[in-house]
Design a protein around this ligand. Structure first.
Ligand code: ADP
Ligand code: MG
Length: 629
């Protein structure tokens, strides 16, 4: 092979390796975690600039460049500094751009950040030599090894491969761990993840920082290979090329990311750009763009999930539960085949460590049916005192005071727009009250974030289906299990031995819950493909997987087909009879009567009446406001 062709192969190999490192970091952020990192290229760029100005030394003067710094650090130091710079930049951008609950916001802010960063670098000549960019960055061990240009090229291919292998190791450990599953849950539905005690913002930030550092290292390697870096060649357009590569390859799949980068970035773009005889004419550039454009349209049309879609992770139902579920009869449908311990293994003492509180305000009095925990001291699980919430001109919640005692089931009814969902959002921390207090298990939770409240044992479900669609049914449950060491990035990186025991315990518990809710046959189905009723059951099972002491259900029968209503209701009654503390908002008064002990009627944001369903039915005010209308 001639030197020119050898160098062509070397260039492609190095570019491919570096694009893989960069692309995998974006795959982790965007494909796995759902971070809309449209500023991706600035992280690669900062790595390049930092590696450049910390190694360029006297070359800068020789090239007539003005730069902020001009050191001559030995090679691994510059790479390390580049990684740190990427991490610091990510931490900074993350503080204002990462709002996991609002992906549109994320995307727009990231685009702005990217554009602003490029124009700062271009206009501030003293930083990185303005729009000219930097050149003359020395090659690692360049003079030291004394190799010819082609041999040195092969050396660089080896160097890049080492970093590729390291990056793949990190990405693989993360994506194949429980932590990776949590990240995918954040991508699917950050609000639901937070309601299951996942610290969404923190985990998103960690992924953003780690990804930023990896992208920066890729930039450092690249600048050391090509020796130059200019802002115009590394703008928002390059970010889109990476996103296109991931989309075509397969979002969320490491193999897909690899394939996409090979096809789009290396095959169509670099493969043509660096052809020794062809050069980079404007025609070829235009043809390339058209090629990429056609590819993405074809791909979105025929394979919207990409060429290699994210693979489904099969865990499997236990064989007994499958056999049992087939022979299940309605008679022992919610019977005791699964011990209640499988559902509620923790004891009340874990969260309710404070002394039982005396009731200060208790509009619900003398109306509680005998329950399994009769004889235990009466304790308030949840106390709302004078809670108000305004949205613009609307008083959504108006001085609401109510108590839910431990082990009781309270129904929340009222016409549409009465404020039921808002009240549940306030309790669960999705909104915070303007005034008043919400105390749960002795903790003031009025200002706590949703994941903190969930970790105290108060778990809610949503009025609209909120399953993690592209996680399987059993994975949906496993996300909720917080007794899993492998749920942090550190432990995930340390490997399977750290977390596999807990994983198999959790899988058994999840299987038991699926069995109880008769979902065993759907164990490995994508949750997004279930029927409305099955989704509701899944959501309740998932909430139970989090070991709640108090379950708050927002219209658990919404969207359930008539044939399944009875089944869902049966499960709710069973939960109540087991002594689960329940607060449940529901339209169907019959259901509310069967599932709860006490009913709170709301209208226009305030509590109209409290009592048993029989008492409520005779209450004039309620009849006027609600039942008749
Ligand atoms: P319900 O669940 O009882 O049907 P909601 O709690 O959903 O009622 O809504 C109560 C009132 O608050 C409605 O008038 C609704 O439009 C309003 N509302 C709820 N959430 C918001 C919000 N985020 N911003 C503005 N208004 C809201
Ligand atoms: Mg509602």
């Amino acid at each position: 092979m001639s030197a020119a062709w050898q160098f062509y192969v070397i260039t492609l190999a190095v570019y491919f390796g570096i694009n893989l490192i960069a692309g995998w970091s974006l795959h982790l952020q965007y494909g796995v975690t759902g971070i809309q990192n449209f500023a991706f290229i600035i992280f690669q760029s900062i790595g390049a600039y930092v590696a450049g100005v910390t190694t360029i030394g006297s070359n800068a003067r020789a090239f007539g460049e003005t730069i902020i710094f001009g050191a001559n650090f030995p090679w691994p130091v510059s790479l390390l500094l580049a990684g740190i710079a990427g991490a610091v930049l990510a931490a900074f951008v993350g503080t204002f751009a990462l709002r996991p609950m609002s992906k549109d916001f994320q995307a727009i802010v990231m685009i702005m950040v990217s554009v602003i960063a490029t124009s700062i670098v271009e206009s501030q000549g003293g930083l990185f030599n303005g729009s000219q960019g930097i050149a003359g960055v020395p090659k690692p061990f360049g003079g030291f090894l004394g190799l010819g240009i082609v041999q040195y090229g092969w050396f660089f291919v080896g160097l890049t491969s080492v970093f590729c292998a390291l990056t793949f190791f990190v990405i693989h450990r993360i994506t194949s761990s429980p932590y990776g599953r949590t990240l995918r849950a954040i991508r699917e539905n950050p609000t639901s993840a937070a309601s299951l005690a996942v610290p969404v913002r923190k985990e998103t930030m960690i992924v953003f920082i780690v990804g930023g550092a990896i992208a920066a290292v890729s930039g450092a390697l690249l600048v050391e290979f090509i020796g130059a870096w200019s802002p115009s060649a590394w703008g928002i357009y390059e970010t889109f090329l990476f996103l296109v590569a991931l989309t075509i390859g397969g979002i969320g799949n490491s193999a897909g990311a690899t394939l996409g980068i090979a096809v789009v970035l290396t095959g169509i773009l670099d493969g043509v750009n660096y052809l020794p005889t062809f050069g980079t004419g404007t025609l070829s550039a235009a043809l390339q763009l058209m090629g990429v454009g056609v590819l993405i349209v074809v791909c979105l049309w025929f394979r919207p999930q990409g060429i290699l879609p994210e693979r489904r992770r099969i865990i499997g139902a236990s064989s007994e539960s499958l056999i049992a579920s087939e022979s299940d009869s309605a008679a022992h449908r919610w019977g005791s085949k699964v011990s209640p311990a499988a559902v509620r293994p923790s004891t009340a003492e874990e969260t309710f460590d404070s002394e039982p509180r005396k009731s200060e305000i208790s509009p619900i009095s003398g109306v509680i049916r005998p329950r399994p925990n009769e004889g235990l001291p009466i304790r308030e699980a949840l106390i709302l005192n004078g809670v108000t919430k305004r949205f613009d001109g609307l008083q959504a919640i108006d001085d609401v005071t109510l108590t839910v005692r431990e082990g009781t089931a309270v129904g929340l009814i009222g016409p549409n727009g009465a404020g039921k969902s808002t009240l549940i959002n306030l309790i669960a921390g999705l909104e915070h009250p303007d005034s008043g207090s919400i105390v749960y298990g002795g903790h003031d939770i009025s200002r706590l974030a949703p994941h903190r409240i969930a970790s105290l044992g108060l778990v809610r479900t949503f009025q609209l289906s909120s399953e993690f669609q592209r996680l399987t049914v059993i994975e949906n449950l496993l996300v909720a299990s917080r007794t899993q060491r492998g749920n942090t990035m550190g432990q995930a990186l340390l490997g399977k031995r750290r977390w596999r025991t807990e994983e198999s315990e959790n899988i058994e518990r999840a299987r038991a819950l699926l069995h109880r809710f008769e979902l065993s046959r759907l164990t490995d189905d994508y949750a997004g493909e279930l029927s409305g009723g099955q989704k509701r059951l899944l959501e309740i099972a998932r909430a139970l997987m989090a070991n709640p002491h108090c379950l708050v259900l927002d219209e658990p029968l919404a969207g359930v087909a008539p044939g399944l209503r009875e089944e869902v209701e049966g499960h709710l009654v069973a939960l109540r009879d087991e002594g689960m503390t329940l607060l449940m908002c529901e339209h169907d008064l019959g259901t509310v009567e069967r599932c709860t002990d006490t009913v709170v009627v709301m209208d226009l944001g305030h509590v109209l009446a409290v009592g048993t369903m029989n008492e409520i039915r005779q209450n004039e005010e309620v009849i006027d406001a609600y039942l008749v209308s």
